[in-house]
Design a protein around this ligand. Sequence first.
Ligand SMILES: Cc1cc2nc3c(=O)[nH]c(=O)nc-3n(C[C@H](O)[C@H](O)[C@H](O)COP(=O)(O)OP(=O)(O)OC[C@H]3O[C@@H](n4cnc5c(N)ncnc54)[C@H](O)[C@@H]3O)c2cc1C
Length: 448
Amino acid sequence: MAAAGVLCRRGLKVELFEARRRLGGRAGSFRDPQTGRWVDNCQHLAMGCCTNLADFFRRTGVADCFAGHRRLHFFGPDGARHDFSATRGLPAPLHLLPGLMRLGYLTFRQRLSIVRAMGRLARLSLAEDAITEDGDRQTIGRWLRENGQSDGAIERFWSVVLVSALGETLDRVSLGAARKVFVDGFLASTRAYQLIVPRLPLAEIFDRRVGAWLGEHGVRVHLGVRIKRIDGSERRIDGFLSADGQRRDFDHLIVAVPWGQVRSILSRAVLAALPGLCGAEEIEAAPITAVHLWFDRPITSLPHAILVGRLGQWIFNHEPHRYQVVISASHKLTDRDREEVVAQVVGELGEIWPAARQADLLRHRVVTEPRAVFSVRPGVERLRPGQQTPIPNLVLAGDWTATGWPATMEGAVRSGYLAAEAVLKAAGKPDRVLVDDLPPSWLARWLL
Ligand SMILES: Cc1cc2nc3c(=O)[nH]c(=O)nc-3n(C[C@H](O)[C@H](O)[C@H](O)COP(=O)(O)OP(=O)(O)OC[C@H]3O[C@@H](n4cnc5c(N)ncnc54)[C@H](O)[C@@H]3O)c2cc1C
């Protein structure tokens, strides 16, 4: 969608083929049979540092569908609330220091040691080569322990931030991916940590509004068309065959399917020309679970909150009395009984909000996406191919291609913009599409 949104404005005729009946892919919603409303499969958040995503939202006219939040609400293991926000007037990375030092559910010692370790983590960039090689070989879990972080600090701070940002546990996350979250997402710019939350269901935004925008700008969108096989040779893609028997050819083809499916739709001759795709199926996936809860009354008026030291990691407040609790990296839930998971999550809410103990849970739904994100394990960067393939008219896109970003909407848009750049170059209209990162503050430039 991101590539189509760019290329249709640069004089190219664009057609988009999507196997499902709706646009949006993993960022999608289901219709609640009881109310008929859209409910997102799982809450999607972005951050202020997602500059390409913001550009895509502006470009396709949906920026008004998102709200920025600068205040985060943490609930410690004892149920007490601790608000966190940046201090105005302080340059990055100092803007977050007072907020961090006020996080009272951490001991004073933990807070000091976290600040020290974060400084060390961020400054690893001083040896840029070392961080890319080493950062892709070592896990952040091991690095934190080697750098004096206690179990408590890891569980109550580092995991809280990283598991929700990367969708993976710290014993699996690479040092490089973790460092990126802190530097790009928190330390480099005062605007980076701002939470960007959709105000409408994802289906409404991506399927209805972005879909309409694409149509108005000349993109022919074909829904419910599954591409079965892409044919060609090492020199050129001839075209594709869809499951409904259509044979189509194009001057340029962008393949933007997930990593687990890409090899299966490329013919043998095409695959033979793409050694960079050999590792695609080795990329591991990590699950995310959303527990949707419909109560008979409100349990909190906060729009969202971060739950520390609990099974549920985030809670989001939706239309009357519907709450969604998100559990990222939910590997351990696969064997657990759903009713038991719901009971634990509801019990945890009751420990924080008395209203949740009095409220009746009218119904619930647990949605687990087993392949929600690719796992940012050490070594994954070597398995991610670039967008331009050795076949001149075949380009790849998707959050899993080489963008330097984890599996996020920002990563997906970046891949689409890079794919668009590759197509423009091949079409003899080279242009830069990718948007710059937020500029680091003067102090961050100097310190980091
Ligand atoms: C539960 C969950 C929570 C998440 N939370 C966040 C979050 O908070 N913030 C965030 O930024 N990101 C989040 N993500 C990740 C984000 O959704 C993805 O990174 C992003 O949607 C990836 O986009 P994509 O276009 O690369 O792939 P996808 O969204 O997977 O799109 C690929 C598309 O290809 C289509 N397709 C596949 N095969 C074929 C075929 N043969 N023919 C035609 N079409 C085909 C699929 O139907 C799909 O629509 C979350 C994901 C999940 C699942």
